[in-house]
Design a protein around this ligand. Sequence first.
Ligand SMILES: [Ca+2]
Ligand SMILES: [Ca+2]
Ligand SMILES: [Ca+2]
Length: 412
Amino acid sequence: MVSKIAFRKDVLCIIMFLFALLLFAEKVCPLCGRKYADTDNYCAYCENPDGSAVRLEKVQTQTKPAIVANIKVEGDSVIITSTPEGAAVYLDGKYRANTPVTLENVSAGSHTIKLTYPGYKNYARTIQVKSSSGVGTSVPSSPGVGVSTPLTYLGKNSSGYDEYRHEKTGIILIKIPAGTFTMGSNEYDDEKPVHTVYLDEYYIGKYEVTNAQYKKFCDAAGRSYPPDPDFTAMPNYFTNYPDYPVVNVSWNDAKAYCDWAGLRLPTEAEWEKAARGTDGRKYPWGNVEPGAGGFVRCNYADKNTDYSWSDKSVNDGYQWTAPVGSYERGKSPYGCYDMAGNVWEWCADWYDESYYSRSANNNPKGPSSGEYRVLRGGSGDSGAWGIRCADRIWYSPANRLGNYGFRVGSSP
Ligand SMILES: [Ca+2]
Ligand SMILES: [Ca+2]
Ligand SMILES: [Ca+2]
């Protein structure tokens, strides 16, 4: 009798063990290295398809292009040009101006010159200056106002779309092919109905317009600098943080910049297509939440902020703004950066909450008049709902805020 009971216990144990194995069987994701259930076809954390390491390889082989710099020392002047033009120039670690630039009265001795440009590797080099006199001052070259300059083709970006450099501003534009996309969502009334929109081919900025890019306009056109947003521990934001997005610009300021540059603001439809592509996705990167799988995809209201809606489980690295192009995983299907978060972006259109119910199917340009202009994409203060590609907000075109900026658009 005793041995019979013991045998049954053994059998029960083996059956339970096999059952447990079946329940808890896991595999390791080759992309993010996390374990997920054997029964799933996708990694539960990063949504990588079963067994695929393709995205990992893609991330690892992406290398940033180099800035090509030409530095000439003539007496106590240092003449710096670069490709791309508009790179931020640092002399001995201190920001001076953007290329092309002549730094004058540079003191004798050895100096370091550093150049930075969004999306490019930093350039650094030591120079020797022989003659000496006084403190260095910078004299930026002054391009003419209202003169449009041509686009230079740069090749295809890592998402497979054509990129161009706008010579006057140094802004990188991505060409968005003609075709239809899904606009709107069922989440809020002003995003309804979901509808199909056709757009002709157009260009849109790869990044939000930076402080350096906006400064070039102010200096050339005699426009006043934006007021300081008073970001904690970021004094003189506009002049000290050249690669960060310009903020505290009104719609009127953004429009004036575009007019000066020979560009324009994107329409609301152009903005949304560039952000979400054609498949109606929720965010530029897809449908997973911004912090899914422990990855960082954008600058939004994370643990560095203290709002009731702050996502304390995510550290995106920034309380206020981040340098443009900081989040590789947050790119849109066309390769545009920061279309979720960082700064809200002014669009060309007047705001009307019921516009989608009567919008044109082809190249909609918004209502013909209104009181407010549209902003898109959310900012460092936004919760996850506010960085959705379909979200719309509005503000008076004459007013500015410390989390409002813009990116440019253009027609071919
Ligand atoms: Ca943040
Ligand atoms: Ca943005
Ligand atoms: Ca909204």
